[in-house]
Ligand binder design. Structure first.
Ligand code: DLZ
Length: 167
């Protein structure tokens, strides 16, 4: 769905379980930092506003979006986490680099979701220019970091719910 139809920061807080007992990892790419650090702010504020404790949120930076997959895998291997949020921003340039990075990250994060039993959230902006990115990093279309944090809480809650069915 195009983000012109949906504000990335709007959701129904009543649909969100408390994140008080949850632990999250956030991997943030420092390429296009003005954008990605705004995504990070949105994600952190959202997790905390739903009860997550600051000490239960592990934030690590990677150089570019291509490194998000491995950064997220490190989080899954070395952290005791309920979910990992991947934040990045890829802006279309003159070459096909954009396509390769987007494909790599999309494929990588999908693989992680299949191979580890925790959610990895795709908080990647893929835009034609910086203005479109800023519009989605706290601007007129909301903040993709907020959307990613809400998704992480929902998916971690879903997993806990499924685990309880087993008991
Ligand atoms: C090289 C590159 C380019 C051209 N553009 C972006 C971008 O728009 N967003 C982003 O997150 N990263 C970009 N990178 C860096 C790659 O993601 C990666 O860090 C390098 O290719 C080194 O592996």
């Amino acid at each position: 769905m195009a983000t012109t139809l949906k504000n990335l920061s709007s959701y129904n807080p009543n649909e969100i379980t408390s994140a008080k007992k949850m632990k999250f990892g956030i991997v943030v790419s420092d390429w296009n930092a003005e954008v990605t650090h705004a995504l990070l702010k949105g994600a952190l504020e959202t997790l905390i506003s739903h009860g997550a404790k600051e000490e239960n949120i592990l934030v690590k930076h990677v150089p570019g979006s291509f490194e998000l997959t491995l950064g997220a895998q490190f989080m899954a291997e070395y952290g005791d986490l309920d979910g990992v949020i991947c934040l990045g921003c890829v802006i279309q340039g003159e070459t096909r680099h954009f396509d390769f990075i987007c494909q790599g990250v999309t494929h990588g994060i999908t693989e992680l979701n299949m191979n580890y039993n925790i959610p990895f959230v795709f908080g990647l902006l893929t835009t034609n220019n910086q203005e479109q990115a800023l519009d989605r990093a706290g601007g007129k279309h909301g903040n993709k970091g907020v959307e990613a944090a809400v998704t992480a809480i929902k998916m971690a809650a879903l997993q806990k719910e499924m685990e309880e069915l087993e008991d």
